[in-house]
Design a protein around this ligand. Structure first.
Ligand SMILES: N[C@@H](CCC(=O)N[C@@H](CS)C(=O)NCC(=O)O)C(=O)O
Length: 284
């Protein structure tokens, strides 16, 4: 989605030349976009928005993307938001190696909208099994700055704002509850069961050609596997995933740092001792 010039309050970006990505190493949506840029061989400038330091709530960044979310693209002074829309925009601009093929365009848009609708489910499992509550909690002062920030998306108040704030307020108060884990992990169980049967017949999710849908689900699958979804149980999904993961253009963008590995291990042991690990709560 391209923002209107009136939405952009941080005016300096209007004079940025070339392709600039505002992103964060550990963000799944940013990983998706960086892999896309690798596959398409597009040159870009990097601007890190550190989500651990909660730089996404700064006035500077909200003045570029009022949703306060990464990734955000600036292309010669134009601001584009929403990872799937950004990739669609770039795929049309750089037509070599199309990842949104014309013959499947509408189907792909609806698959990506579905994938995007699961973002909070992915987040729930991340913030229960990978990032400890104490570290993942947002700073209430910064959160209330975002709440009071008046930003517009194409001239209108952002419809996503309430939902985003509610997620983090609930997380602050309650962490991620067992009920939420069961609800979200059950959705992925159903999805991978379906994918496994699709991938029995086809090499990729949309047939025998790699598309943006494979890229989006590769990133989510890597994250979900890290959180504890037993991907190994789905033979065809595992083969599809391993093939992509063996490609450096993919795996190089999703390196799990040593501290995250440690947190994940601690959370695994803690949850297992309580009989509340992901696979204790949902049987795969
Ligand atoms: N639908 C958005 C989701 C973007 C999103 O939620 N990004 C996360 C990182 S993966 C983020 O910026 N989180 C910061 C926050 O929630 O404060 C997209 O696809 O771009």
């Amino acid at each position: 989605m391209k923002l209107d010039i009136s939405d952009i309050k941080t005016k300096e970006v209007l004079s940025w030349e070339g392709i600039h990505l505002l992103h964060f190493k550990g963000s799944a949506c940013s990983q998706k976009l960086r892999i896309f840029l690798n596959i398409k061989n597009i040159d870009w400038h990097s601007h890190e928005i550190n989500l651990i330091k909660q730089e996404q709530f700064s006035e500077w960044f909200l003045g570029i993307n009022p949703r306060g979310l990464v990734p955000t693209l600036v292309d010669n002074g134009e601001v584009h938001i929403e990872s799937n829309d950004i990739m669609m925009y770039l795929d049309e601009k750089f037509t070599k190696n199309k990842l949104y093929p014309d013959d499947k365009f509408d189907e792909i848009l609806s698959d990506l909208a579905f994938e995007d609708s699961l973002h909070h489910d992915l987040r729930r499992l991340t913030f229960r099994y990978i990032i400890p509550h104490r570290l993942g909690k947002k700073d209430l002062k910064k959160l209330s700055f975002k709440e009071s920030y008046i930003g517009t998306i194409n001239g209108k108040e952002d419809e996503h704002k309430e939902r985003e704030l509610l997620f983090w307020k609930n997380h602050y108060d309650n962490g991620i509850t067992d009920k939420e884990v069961i609800e979200s992990a059950s959705k992925f169980k159903e999805i991978y069961t379906k994918f496994d049967s699709q991938l029995q017949k086809n090499k990729f999710l949309k047939g025998n050609k790699f598309t943006i849908v494979d890229l989006a689900w590769y990133v989510s699958t890597k994250r979900l596997f890290t959180a504890g979804i037993p991907i190994n149980k789905y033979e065809n999904v595992k083969r599809w995933f391993d093939d992509l993961d063996n490609d450096k253009r993919f795996s190089s963008e999703i390196k799990i740092d040593a501290p995250i590995k440690l947190f994940k291990q601690i959370l695994k042991i803690k949850n297992k001792m309580m009989g509340k690990y992901l696979t204790d709560l949902v049987k795969f």
